[in-house]
Design a protein around this ligand. Structure first.
Ligand SMILES: [Cu+2]
Length: 145
């Protein structure tokens, strides 16, 4: 009976080798995952909006595009590339009650940008520059699908 004792010992050793192999494979998978997720962060800059961000740009000639279409759950970012400040607000002036998400943009200094809140209802929203409520070049439409 004593001669059979090396049998179980050998099977335990091979089980240990198998576990070591699994641990090595796990460490390799973690390393590969970590290296692939770190590369996009180095490309990000503070001045460029992420690709695909719905945006309206303000210049001395007005807002562009005058009409922008988005989906429910999205925001619109307003970029002030004019040399003077602007204040984006929901229609109707002066109560701004149609689409409160637009009022989150508010005042924009030259060079500044800010996003609206999330649009949660499919509808059409108008906005204007609250400081120049009669300037039609600073009025636009956001269509939410
Ligand atoms: Cu207003």
């Amino acid at each position: 009976m004593n001669l059979r004792s090396p049998g179980p010992w050998r099977s335990r050793l091979s089980a240990g080798v198998l576990l070591l192999g699994l641990a090595a494979a796990g460490a390799f998978a973690l390393g590969a995952c970590g290296s692939s997720s770190s590369s996009p962060t180095t490309v990000t800059t503070t001045t460029t909006l992420p690709a695909g961000t719905p945006a309206v740009t303000i210049t001395s000639s007005g807002v562009s595009p005058r009409q922008i279409e988005i989906n429910v759950g999205q925001r619109v970012t307003f970029v002030n590339n004019d040399t003077v400040s602007h204040e984006i607000a929901s229609d109707p002036h002066p109560v701004h009650t149609d689409c409160p998400a637009i009022n989150e943009v508010g005042g924009l200094a030259p060079g500044a940008n800010r996003a609206t809140g999330v649009f949660t209802i499919a509808r059409t929203c108008g906005y204007h520059d609250h400081g120049q409520p009669d300037n039609t070049s600073l009025q636009g439409t956001i269509i939410i699908h």
